[in-house]
Ligand binder design. Structure first.
Ligand SMILES: NC(=O)C[C@H](N)C(=O)O
Length: 335
């Protein structure tokens, strides 16, 4: 008899490393090395994953996500687009460390040219740990990737039985399994043993509606984050400009603020053509224009809800198109 075609939807897992692929030197060790196991080992550790989907895996990188680079983003973003252009593929799962997962997720949210699901997944305990959380997270992420209701929602993050929008979510705890939160609008849904329950859809531009979708440049401009604190001076700004930054993001105190010395240094940079975006180190809320500071006069862009690390991603992509502050402000209103 003819062998039966596998009727399960196809999911491609693109692996980048992280704690989900992490190994302890010996069981019980607190320390571990991220990105030690290949994607084949991650898939093998998930009983029943082949009941959800026909899985294939590819290794894009093997790094702790603290080492994420623009070059890996470009490679990953292009591969996501290639894989999703195949009509037989239902969705992509990206295994990734949690440290910079929100940044990679937001980058993919802006550059993916498909409405098919792209789901980032990681873990907080290494693969060798007692009660490792990676296998259940990968099982759930795969279930989300084949769910037709995941389409058109932009890039998603799955950990600890919760689905988040990459645009909204942020890592909030150093070690807890419940580290991801979406402080401004709440999660995208829940996922329990592969059963997904969805909440409202995002209202921001993403993926197929993004001006950055599908055309990923070879390199991205340098954008630095300047962290504000009591008594901070102009030195970080000066160092960034000397290093060649084309854009600066202020991780400001409160509503995107800083000492007079810092704001003056940023404004001077803005007047020289370096695009300056004000964001907040508080981790929730929005930084709107002209509230505590006169953005019109100082020459700044306001980040709205994007935290500093996500504002940096949007500014990098924005600078590939324009240096015009009004045009970039419009992007921060829409994405
Ligand atoms: N839980 C983790 O994945 C942390 C790790 N440092 C990483 O981001 O790769």
């Amino acid at each position: 008899a003819e062998p039966k075609a596998n009727p399960k939807p196809k999911v491609v897992i693109l692996a980048t490393g992280g704690t989900i692929a992490g190994a302890q030197p010996k069981p019980g060790d607190v320390g571990y090395k991220a990105g030690a196991y290949p994607v084949s080992a991650l898939i093998k550790a998930v009983p029943g994953i082949d009941e959800i989907a026909q899985i294939s895996g590819e290794q894009i990188a093997s790094i702790g996500s603290q080492d994420m680079t623009d070059a890996v983003w470009v490679k990953l973003g292009r591969r996501v687009n290639e894989v999703l252009a195949d009509p037989s593929v239902s969705g992509v799962v990206v295994t990734h460390g949690t440290d910079t997962m929100e940044e990679t997720g937001f980058f993919l949210n802006l550059v993916t040219k498909s409405n098919k699901p792209v789901v980032l997944v990681g873990s907080m305990r290494p693969a060798t740990a007692v009660s490792a959380d990676g296998p259940m997270n990968l099982y759930n992420a795969t279930a989300v990737a084949v769910d037709p209701n995941a389409r058109g929602r932009g890039v998603l993050v799955v950990l600890n039985d919760v689905v988040h929008y990459a645009r909204e979510t942020t890592k909030t705890n150093t070690t807890s399994l419940d580290t991801f939160a979406s402080p401004n609008r709440g999660p995208a849904g829940f996922v329990l043993f592969g059963k997904v329950r969805w909440f409202s859809k995002p209202t921001w531009r993403h993926t197929t509606e993004s001006a950055f979708a599908g055309a990923i440049p070879d390199t991205l401009p340098r954008v630095d984050i300047i962290y504000a604190h009591a008594n901070v001076g102009p030195e970080y700004v000066q160092a960034s400009l000397a290093a060649g930054a084309k854009g600066l993001v202020l991780a400001g105190v409160g509503d995107g603020n800083g000492t007079q010395a810092l704001i003056e240094a940023l404004s001077a940079a803005a007047k020289k053509g370096v695009v300056v975006v004000r964001s907040s180190r508080t981790n929730s809320g929005a930084v709107a224009r002209n509230v505590e500071l006169d953005d019109d006069k100082l020459g700044f862009v306001a980040a709205q809800e994007l935290n500093p690390q996500k504002a940096r991603v949007l500014l990098q992509l924005a600078l590939t198109k324009t240096k015009d502050c009004a045009a970039i402000q419009e992007m921060f209103e829409q994405y």
